[in-house]
Design a protein around this ligand. Sequence first.
Ligand code: 0WD
Length: 262
Amino acid sequence: MKLLDGKRILVTGVANRWSIAYGIAHRLHAHGASLALTYQGERVRGEVEKLAAELGGGPVVECDVTSGESLSAMRDSIAADFGHLDGLVHSIAMVNKDDLSGKVYDTSRQGFAMALDISSYSLIALVQTLRETMNDGASIMALTYLGATQIVPNYNIAGIAKAALESIMRYLAYDLGDRGIRVNAISAGPIKTASSRQVGGFSRILDVVPKVAPLKRNVTAEDVGDCAVYLASDLSRSITADVHFVDAGYHAMGMYPPDFSS
Ligand code: 0WD
């Protein structure tokens, strides 16, 4: 008997093999979950279909979170081909590259609106669309980053969007608690992906973590995936409205260690 046997989980945000969502899907599948994946746009469809075939061959459905029509069509397709959900993974973010360096006060109104729409509001949009297609007791999780609450130079508007996402996570946990549906966030340490490479100075962030974090290393998407397994499973049945750090302990450091040199 595996931890997630019989659980049907929808994973968003798989773009390629390096996506954190892929690491999560891989671990959920290893622990027995049946998976459906969403992809954004024809550009990544072939790759996501290939990855889905390795993960049990569940449905692969298009979903652009900025479009109500796309969200509704995704829900109808999931309801018809997959059934009610026991889990939902939100692994979606988008910020203009120009807004991932320089000064926050230079952020445009359009860049702010787009970042908050895709990276934060999308969690509300997904829950609004899918809540009737979710079983009571389901588990929802969203990916966040330390830049939500701490200053991480260059993360800028992405951090502001993550602060909104974490707050949305808590309010949704309250909204859905009467159905036993849990909503949590996983705060991942830096991992090299298509999105993270857009952040100014990202390779320096990867260099610093092993010198500072208590575990003296970076984390992998599979590490994040194992936290997702716990949150999707009944082991975390009493855990909701919280941020779970998978960052080798980096977030807890108040000062760099004495032997630190960059
Ligand atoms: O260091 C990192 N990589 C960290 C990432 C540390 C902590 C948190 N995160 C978060 C990200 O902010 C994001 O929420 O993890 C999540 C996944 O990010 P990722 O795995 O680093 O990046 P990526 O593989 O690019 O996945 C993000 C995906 C998009 O990928 P592309 O590369 O095509 O932009 O978000 C999806 C898309 O699949 N996405 C959308 N999905 C639906 N509708 C949309 C949209 N409009 N826009 C982007």
